[in-house]
Design a protein around this ligand. Structure first.
Ligand code: GMT
Length: 376
């Protein structure tokens, strides 16, 4: 099959997921064309099955805002025709599903029928998409997609609650390539055969307000009063400076490393014991799943889809995102006993196996075949 994947090229979960999916589809023999304004960060080598096409948006003095949707839909039409593409798979409704629908209409005018699969990722529904400035267009784009998927049951319910959706929505959860994490565990053991006495706590995110990174620091501050711990803060974003300042003010900077963005998060996760994710909104929580695949126990909020992956009392604990005391108490209860910690870690790894790439990518392939049949 010849598939176009449209995504955000940044470190956000939707772009990471779209890229991992495209690379896996290419491994399965499909021809995959990524379209974005920049090469996706996790897209490594291009080959005869894997292409990248950049959307260029020329500026003009009249534009206060460059018309990205226009450039994207034009690029979609060009690429579909040039490479005889079978299907468009757009990740994140805004503005990708909207631009795809315009492209579909333009192609129809040239007697080319192409199906659109739209995957909703979270903030396109829960944070941005339901703003009155976007809601009508987002509802329209979802209803006009041939098939709509979303990444958790929670996101499906939110979408149906917040928008007037006529289309069926199917849940295809996010995934990880478990093998990659297992290999990394072995490499980490070779590099560090004697585990350090310090326990390692990790947080990975885009440091946006919804991630509540200051809660991460507060929880860590409480834990370090009782246990020998270190904190790895991975990612970049608007709340990073505040988080660094809080560490300074609490006099714990020497225990906290801000590592910035990384495209090989598994290299840090393999040394970690506990992952903190106290988000106020989280449709899935891909970062938590990556941690679980690295045998890391999870303390997370109960927001959105997080309880679907972090099973309370088994893989970690879930709570209200602002309940610092509860999260501290539970984190300490896991970390203070080696046997309890190992039990949580093993459970996390077992749960992660449900989301292995080999189980989830075939669900997308099946979805594509159904979408193709719809436009025949
Ligand atoms: O985490 C983010 O804020 C980035 C955002 C995105 O769209 O790139 O992530 C969303 O999609 C991820 C992949 O499906 C999910 O794992 C995240 O939970 C979701 N983020 C939120 O719902 C806040």
């Amino acid at each position: 099959m010849k598939i176009v994947i449209v995504c955000y090229p940044t470190f956000g979960g939707s772009g990471v997921m779209a890229t991992e999916l495209g690379m896996s589809l290419a491994d399965h023999g499909h021809e995959v064309h990524f379209i974005a304004y920049k090469k996706p960060v996790r897209l490594n080598d291009l080959n005869e099955n894997l292409y990248f096409h950049k959307v260029k948006v020329p500026d003009y003095p009249l534009f206060s805002f460059v018309p990205y949707e226009l450039a994207l839909s034009t690029k979609l039409v060009d690429i579909v025709k040039k490479y005889s593409i079978d299907l468009l798979h757009v990740h994140y409704a805004i503005p990708h599903a909207y631009a795809a629908y315009m492209a579909k209409k333009m192609l129809k005018d040239q007697l080319i029928n192409i199906p659109i699969v739209t995957t909703l990722h979270g903030t396109d529904i829960t944070l941005v998409g339901n703003h009155p400035s976007y809601k009508t267009a987002v509802t329209f784009s979802i209803n006009k997609s041939d098939i709509v998927t979303c990444v958790s049951n929670s996101l499906k319910n939110d979408t149906l609650l917040q928008f007037d959706i006529k289309n069926k929505i199917r849940v295809i959860p996010n995934f990880i390539d478990l093998n990659k994490y297992i290999l990394q565990q072995d490499l980490c053991l070779i590099e560090n055969p004697v585990p350090s006495k310090e326990l390692v706590i990790t947080h990975v995110s885009n440091f946006r307000p919804v991630k509540n990174v200051l809660n991460v620091i507060k929880i860590f501050y409480n834990i370090q009063k009782k246990l020998d711990v270190r904190l790895l803060m991975i990612g970049e974003g608007p709340e990073k400076t505040k988080a660094e300042k809080m560490c300074h003010d609490l006099n714990i900077s020497h225990l906290v490393d801000f590592l910035g963005n990384t495209s090989q998060v598994e290299k840090n996760l393999c040394h970690s014991d506990l992952f903190l994710l106290p988000s106020s909104t989280e449709s899935f929580g891909l970062a938590a799943l990556e941690a679980m695949a690295s045998k890391v126990a999870i303390i997370s909020s109960n927001a959105g889809g997080l309880p679907e992956i972090n099973i309370d009392g088994q893989t970690g604990y879930v709570s209200d995102f602002n309940d610092i005391d509860f999260m501290t108490e539970k984190a300490i209860s896991i970390l203070e006993s080696k046997s309890i910690l190992n039990r949580f870690k093993e459970n996390a790894f077992l749960k992660a196996q449900e989301f292995d790439i080999n189980k989830i990518v075939p669900l997308y392939e099946k979805t594509y075949l159904e979408a193709l049949n719809l436009v025949k």
